[in-house]
Design a protein. Structure first.
Length: 221
């Protein structure tokens, strides 16, 4: 019996909602300044849709640069047992907008806390790029090693989150039947942690060595 895949749009809706909630919290009132007046950080709004794209899916800013996932025209692309939306990721700064050199279906960009690296997910796994886009690492390849290049295993990644010290990246993983969290070393790709099934949200601890699942905290090995 073929696997039933959860539509990517459903996961993106959840993740975008979480991102909006978090963004709203971060954009709230700050502690009083030296004059005793409350200050509010300005948060840039949505960037322009990249040339040739139809609509923005999600985006993330870091000091004047924005990485954005947008949908291109055309029907979904068949890759293995999946139909992959025609999404790609662009990076825009003050001088240019550039599309990153990963395949169709790439989405969910997120900057490392220092802005030096960019994580994105694609149908073939997790990619890490240098901020200038000159170095690209296919950190986690979800394709079967023994299968043709267009055939993929059942794992779909969404919503990458960097550890506060940028040492690791955590993602939500779906196999079509359930969802869980996996954590990978950002340099080597080694798996540091895999949660139990039916885990749909998480947050990093400030120490970069723990994950928070609601009221439960798990220390990484």
């Amino acid at each position: 019996m073929p696997a039933v895949f959860v539509p990517r749009a459903a996961f993106l809706a959840v993740l975008i909602g979480a991102a909006v909630a978090l963004g709203g919290a971060e954009a709230g009132a700050q502690p009083p300044d030296a004059n005793g007046e409350a200050t509010v950080d300005e948060v840039p709004g949505p960037p322009p849709v990249p040339p040739g794209a139809l609509r923005l899916i999600n985006f993330t800013w870091h000091k004047g640069r924005v990485a954005m996932c947008a949908e291109e025209p055309g029907p979904p692309v068949e890759q293995g047992a999946r139909l992959v939306p025609r999404t790609r990721v662009w990076v825009r700064d003050a001088t240019a907008t550039r599309q990153i050199a990963t395949g169709v279906g790439t989405c969910d960009p997120t900057w490392s806390p220092d802005g030096e690296r960019l994580a994105v997910v694609a149908p073939d796994g997790l990619w890490i790029l240098a901020a200038d886009l000159r170095q690209t690492s296919h950190l986690i390849d979800t394709r079967h090693a023994e299968a043709p290049a267009n055939e993929f295993d059942d794992r779909t990644f969404t919503g990458p989150q960097w550890a506060p010290d940028a040492s690791a990246v955590a993602v939500l993983v779906s196999n079509g039947a359930t969802v869980w969290v996996e954590v990978f070393d950002a340099r080597t790709g080694a798996t540091l942690y895999s949660s139990e099934p039916e885990t749909y949200e998480f947050a990093w601890g400030a120490d970069s060595r723990s994950l928070r699942f609601g009221s439960r905290v798990v220390r990484l090995p």
